[in-house]
Design a protein. Structure first.
Length: 485
């Protein structure tokens, strides 16, 4: 027993009042344990949020390595602005729209409406920090897709609007107690008796980012020379814009994978009891298996396809990295509700879906500089649907306290959960494409979206940022022999 508790209680009760003394010590011990558990949960979420925020480095390095060297400064600054603009937008409006005024008695609401600028500190600032990291990750998904031809001003406007309004509405629908897609663990009246199962955001985060990327890529148009020549005639084969640094791509991929261990396990929110600890551990295991199997799936499949086309074996590093990321995206929704073998299967299919999505973009002449659309939109959609297929009864009960309407493969006669998951996908596509489509179209109409063709040709670093990211002139001088006096 803690001596301080005994001393506190003996100051209130005499040593003769043994029953009262024991009761006092017991109550104060319980209070202290609850306080310690709350502190552990707060630290856990802050730590998980820091890991999620570390993913910003991953996005920045992946984007920088995947594009041409003449635009590196530009895309790095974009990723920094995601954090800056996203933080301000989420602080001012986003968090309030997503979770402000949560109250089960209000029933279903479209959007939150209180706690703007965090004016009403309700002791949940750690929740705000964790959710802010999610919003930043969402904004950075789009950076690579529209790289090398989008204006700085448009990017800042877009990231603030996405983090401050578009994403919060989706997050509210999934994770607020008043959201119409909220599941039975947070609301007494879930859609079709179950609600949507998405622990960490395959839908709200990744699909929303992927749909935004698709909308912006279509309205913005492809990079100059990618699908058409200078006269506007379609090329027989898309021109390959070689990424300038495979090392940065790999650094970004591993940074993202590392950060995902905050993204998925951290979404349990608490860790101070055995049950939640087991859920977080399962999420970590499934995250690992899906990433690994998706990378292998994409690598071997792309190699076999290349062999069928050219008759030689090549191991595509880009396909392997993006396959890995697609697996991470796909398992994010069901990481706490599917068995490890199902996480492995989800990853295998994620690798195939990535390759199919990437090929479809080329066929449709949609320019995505880093393949964020197949990774996040296609991977996110597969993750939401896969959760409706593979959610296991015992895992659902442990993670969400729900026992009805499990994955379709466990109850072939029950289409309920899978149906809600499909509705969730349709909702994200409709809301995001409508709001971002109108917003980006207005920016484009006022000439605020695409850079001047000459600036695009020279590169954004020289045109906008005063010089290249790499001092190539200095490197050239080192290679040249010294001039004779």
């Amino acid at each position: 027993m803690d001596p301080s508790l005994y001393e506190t209680c003996t100051a209130e009760y005499s040593s003769d009042d043994i029953k009262d003394l024991i009761k006092c010590v017991s109550e104060k011990s319980e209070e202290r344990l609850k306080s310690m558990a709350s502190g552990v949960d707060t630290f856990y979420l802050l730590f998980a949020g820091a890991l999620v925020y570390f993913m910003q480095l991953g996005f920045a390095m992946l984007c920088a390595g995947s594009i041409r060297s003449k635009n590196v400064k530009n895309v790095l600054l974009w990723n920094l602005l995601d954090s800056c603009g996203g933080a301000i937008g989420f602080w001012a409006f986003g968090y309030a729209f997503a979770y402000g005024g949560d109250d089960p008695s209000k029933g279903k609401t479209f959007i939150g409406n209180t706690n703007f600028f965090l004016m009403n500190d309700d002791g949940k600032l750690h929740i705000w920090f964790f959710q802010f990291a999610f919003a930043c990750a969402l904004s950075s998904i789009v950076a690579g897709t529209i790289a090398e031809r989008c204006k700085m001003s448009a990017y800042l406007f877009y990231s603030t609007f996405l983090a401050g309004f578009v994403y919060p509405v989706v997050a509210h629908s999934f994770w607020s107690v008043n959201g119409f897609l909220a599941n039975g663990s947070v609301t007494d009246n879930p859609l079709l008796g179950v609600g949507a199962i998405d622990l960490a955001g395959s839908g709200p985060v990744h699909m929303t980012g992927g749909v935004t990327a698709l909308v912006m890529a279509v309205i913005l148009g492809p990079r100059k020379g990618r699908f058409y020549d200078d006269k506007g005639v379609a090329l027989l084969e898309p021109k390959e814009f070689t990424s300038h640094s495979a090392a940065l791509q790999f650094l970004g991929t591993f940074a993202l994978w590392f950060g995902w261990y905050g993204f998925n396990p951290g979404s349990t929110i608490t860790i101070s009891n055995d049950s939640q600890g087991n859920v977080a551990a399962l999420a970590a295991v499934n995250t690992t298996l899906a990433a690994s199997s998706a990378a292998i799936s994409a690598m071997f499949t792309s190699t076999l396809i290349e062999y069928r086309i050219s008759g030689r074996y090549t191991w595509d590093t880009t396909a392997t990295m993006n396959g890995c990321l697609t697996g991470l995206v796909a398992v994010t929704a069901g990481c706490a509700t599917v068995e490890p073998w199902a996480g492995f299967i989800i990853g295998i299919f994620a690798g195939w879906f990535y390759l199919a999505g990437s090929a479809l973009l080329l066929k449709l002449k949609i320019d995505d500089a880093v393949d964020a659309i197949p990774v996040h939109m296609v991977g996110g959609m597969w993750g939401v649907i896969a959760t409706g297929l593979f959610t296991a009864p015992r895992r659902l009960e442990t993670a969400f306290g729900m026992t009805k309407h499990v994955g379709w493969f466990y109850s072939l006669g029950d289409f309920t959960l899978l149906g809600v998951q499909l509705i969730s996908c349709l909702w994200i596509i409709a809301w995001t494409s409508a709001t971002m489509g109108i917003y980006v179209w207005v920016l484009n109409m006022f000439g605020m979206l695409r850079v001047d063709p000459l600036d695009e040709e020279r590169g954004m670093d020289i045109s906008v940022h005063g010089g290249p990211a790499y001092n190539l002139d200095e490197q050239k001088d080192l290679k040249e022999p010294p001039q004779a006096l």
